[in-house]
Design a binder for this molecule. Structure first.
Ligand SMILES: O=P(O)(O)OC[C@H]1O[C@H](O)[C@H](O)[C@@H](O)[C@@H]1O
Length: 259
């Protein structure tokens, strides 16, 4: 049901929310970066990532004059997309303040990752239990998660705070676990629109909420400020591992704590 027509972002995949996450600020929802065409960065400044044995592409986004009217700052946003031999996907963002007027800028950020799941009612998220979160469905009020792993039986839109660097999504029915590893991104947004909101979205099938879950590595609660010349980095790595959680062969704690 996604609509592949610019300038709106395509629903699905990993939209990049920058310079604003959601409606946490005056800009359009999720900022403008997800609605822009990026260029290939043919000669990026080197940075230490382990890209040997992996395929990668470097992309760059710089603000247009129109963007500068919305957000009056000059920046270079470099994105390296790396694919490992086992299918692991790594995204590394480097955002640099290139303002010539000496002004710092402040932003929030998220990798708005859509995961495909067999049945949302059978999915568990491990790594967020007992954490504090801001509930977008309750005026961004702060609560503390109780109990075990997160499961789903209604609409959810929460920003978990100070999360571990590793989060797992266990798909019982598909016997598959997605592992998210992140760096520089302390928060994790968990979103499923459920039936009513799904129906209200033009680019979202009425029943598609049953087969998706967004878990988004993010920096929202504490916005990031960069002075001219400063650079921020935020990394997310995704991998899928076979799991048979239901038969007890794979202990979710081992997924979280193992390498
Ligand atoms: O519909 P979009 O602009 O893509 O946003 C989709 C969702 O993104 C995030 O997960 C937010 O927390 C939600 O409040 C929002 O509904």
């Amino acid at each position: 049901m996604a609509i592949f027509k610019p300038p709106k972002a395509i629903r699905g995949g990993i939209p990049i929310c920058f310079p604003q996450f959601s409606n946490h600020g005056p800009l359009e929802q999720h900022g403008f970066a997800r609605n822009r065409f990026w260029s290939i960065d043919s000669d990026p400044p080197p940075f230490p990532t382990n890209s040997s044995n992996k395929a990668f592409i470097d992309l760059i986004l710089k603000p247009s004059e129109e963007d500068m009217k919305i957000w009056p700052h000059s920046f270079e946003f470099r994105l390296r997309v790396t694919l490992g031999p086992g299918g692991d996907l790594m995204l590394t963002s480097r955002i640099r303040n290139t303002n010539l007027d000496g002004k710092p800028f402040t932003f929030t950020f998220a990798y708005h990752t859509y995961f495909s799941v067999s049945d949302i009612s059978e999915v568990r998220v491990e790594g967020l239990e007992t954490l504090d979160y801001l509930d977008n469905l309750q005026n961004k009020e702060r609560f503390t998660e109780q109990g075990d792993a997160i499961t789903f039986e209604s609409e959810v839109d929460k920003i978990y705070l100070s999360t571990p660097t590793k989060i797992a999504i266990l798909d019982h029915e598909k016997k598959r676990t997605f592992v998210i590893r992140k760096d520089g991104l302390p928060d994790a947004v968990v979103w499923n629109p459920w039936d009513k909101k799904a129906k209200a979205m033009a680019d979202f099938g009425d029943d598609e909420y049953k087969h998706m879950l967004c878990v988004e590595a993010a920096a929202v609660e504490k916005p990031i400020t960069l002075k001219p010349g400063e650079e921020w980095r935020g990394r997310q790595e995704l991998s899928a591992v076979p799991s048979s959680y239901c038969s007890g062969q794979l202990d979710p704690q081992r997924v979280l704590q193992g390498s």
